[in-house]
Design a protein around this ligand. Structure first.
Ligand code: G1P
Ligand code: ZN
Length: 543
């Protein structure tokens, strides 16, 4: 084989975020940029000689070209086998599953998740390790170090084989195996949810609209919902993955999935609405006239998970990210199982899942998953919802209201201020952090502060400490406000403000969230001066 060792030098800006590297696509397309990061990953993970590596992505623009480069570099670095989803397609949870069932060394996952795709939009790449989850911090640190010292990268001169045809091919001594991206995922779901029960639900006339948002879940949802489960054709909409997601943000929130939300709150709403994001790890579930808040969805799935086929033995424990509402905590308390509060980002759940401490985890940002893989899994959550509906034979509205009646309702909202000047956001946080000790005992917009801290997490499995994970303010009425800076935005800084308030009284479970939370929102603004400092009188996105 002909290996080129190409001289290179560190390229600025390769600091990986929470989940690999996410940048504008044009940056990834600059000569040597992608190659540089791929070589840094290969070095950061200790080399790939004789290893088997999974490769796939969400199908966005540049996905196929980047996979060709990755394959040529894996071959040059001595990998034994690359297992690639046909067409370069693998949803993030499907990639996690493939790494696990093939006992691979790890996988390259190409995605910028819910960010838009295209030559002028976003691209991303991360490495998942042998448990199927994102590389843990010591490895991402080693990758980052490698980006700073890199001097050469290795690539074979041979062209990579086509990734459009199933089969096994040779690339300079490395086996390239092109696999069906959907089949193994379907097989896994068949073990976890009761396909017969859900088929009977659809046969009884139950209607669903699944919006794949022209992203990666289309083929998976079509195969399972319309294929295996007998839902009528047309149940899956926007089901063909497009390189630019049809010019949309593939993010299942009320702004970007507006059409779905409008339909679900309109006169012709089907029984259930659902959507996933660019790479298939997020989900949103709606009923006729109701959108299930992701924090509530986690609590509800946890409370009902034993009804689903793969979980009849019950739960070991529940984990949620810190800004996720405390609704799941009430379920854990009732079930008598462990409850874990982790920093934002899926990697913290991986250790808990590996240690067998939890069965289900979730985040307020529309991510839920279980111990079946080491990523959140959008379609999984939607199928579990279907299995629960098929068992209980109640509407989503009834199931949610029943849950609130039993546990009370945690009113919840997240306000995002996107693309802020970095210095403005940094100053806001610096001042907020500096004031924390002085806040308890003071009143802001009529609310007395009872606690204020900067969340730090000690991992119960390995003792590692993650500090500065978000500012938490507690108020006398039990409400809380959390301030965090996004780690995934690609433009300026994004401030996230999360607020919640518990309400036990069922007579007050049907109120408008923004109205209920107005008091704590005002207090948060009075404390941090968001409006005054940013000049914004409203957030860009409210979820
Ligand atoms: C966002 C979400 C977070 C999620 C991450 C990756 O990160 O808030 O829950 O884990 O995307 O999907 P953030 O931009 O807030 O750092
Ligand atoms: Zn995603």
């Amino acid at each position: 084989m002909a290996v080129s060792t190409v001289p290179t030098r560190p390229i600025a800006g390769q600091k990986p975020g929470t989940s690999g590297l996410r940048k504008k696509t044009r940056i990834f397309m600059e000569p040597g940029y992608l190659e540089n990061y791929v070589q840094a990953i290969i070095e950061g993970v200790g080399g790939v000689k004789d290893r088997e590596i999974v490769v796939g992505g969400d199908g966005r623009f540049y996905n196929d070209t980047a996979i060709g480069v990755i394959l040529r570099m894996l071959a040059a670095n001595g990998a034994k086998r690359a297992i690639v989803g046909r067409g370069g397609i693998l949803s993030t949870p499907a990639a996690s599953n493939l790494i696990r069932i093939r006992k691979a060394f790890g996988g390259f996952v190409l995605s910028a998740s819910h960010n838009p795709g295209g030559p002028d939009e976003d691209f991303g790449l991360k490495f998942n390790v042998s448990n199927g989850g994102p590389a843990p911090e010591p490895i991402t640190d080693a990758i980052f170090e490698a980006t700073k010292t890199i001097a050469t990268y290795a690539i074979v001169e041979e062209a990579a084989p086509s990734i459009e045809t199933l089969g096994t091919f040779d690339l300079a001594g490395m086996v390239v195996e092109i696999v069906d991206p959907v089949a193994d995922y379907v097989a896994m779901m068949r073990d976890l949810v009761d396909f017969d029960r859900i088929r009977a639900l659809f046969a009884s006339g139950f209607t669903l609209r699944f919006d794949a948002m022209s992203a990666v879940t289309g083929p998976y949802a079509t195969a399972i919902l319309e294929g295996e489960l007998g839902a009528p054709k047309g149940t899956v909409v926007n089901g063909t993955p497009l390189p630019d997601f049809g010019h949309h943000h593939p993010d299942p929130n009320p702004v970007h999935a507006k059409e779905l939300f409008d339909i679900m709150f309109g006169p012709d709403a089907p029984d259930m609405g659902a959507a996933s994001d660019g790479d298939g790890d997020r989900n949103i579930v709606l009923g006729r006239g109701i959108s299930v808040a992701p924090s509530d969805s986690l609590a509800l799935l946890a409370a009902n998970l034993h009804l689903a086929k793969g979980y009849t033995a019950g739960l070991k424990g529940i984990a949620r990210s810190m800004p996720t509402s405390r609704a799941a905590d009430r379920v854990a308390a009732k079930l008598g199982v462990g409850m874990y509060e982790t920093p934002t980002g899926w990697k913290f759940f991986g250790n808990l899942l590996d240690a067998g401490k939890v069965t289900i985890c979730g985040e307020e940002s529309a991510g839920t998953g279980s111990d079946h893989v080491r990523e959140k899994d959008g379609l999984w959550a939607i199928l579990i919802w279907l299995d629960i509906v098929a068992t209980r034979r109640q509407s989503i509205m009834e199931i949610v209201h029943d849950h609130w009646k039993t546990y009370g309702r945690d009113y919840y909202s997240r306000h995002d201020y996107e693309a802020l000047p970095t210095d403005v956001a940094d100053a806001l946080f610096a001042d907020l952090r500096a004031s924390l000790a002085t806040l308890p005992g003071k009143v802001f917009a009529g609310l007395l502060v009872t606690s204020a801290d900067d969340f730090a997490y000690t991992d119960p499995t390995d003792g590692s400490v993650s500090s500065k994970q978000g500012v938490r303010i507690g108020f006398e009425d039990g409400s809380r406000a959390i301030f965090r800076l996004s780690g995934t935005g690609t433009e300026g800084a994004t401030l996230r403000l999360y607020v919640e308030l518990f309400e036990a009284d069922p007579a007050r479970h049907d109120l408008d969230s923004q109205m209920v939370l107005a008091g704590v929102l005002d207090a948060a603004d009075a404390i941090a001066g968001i409006e005054r400092r940013t000049g914004r009188d409203a957030p860009n996105v409210i979820t």
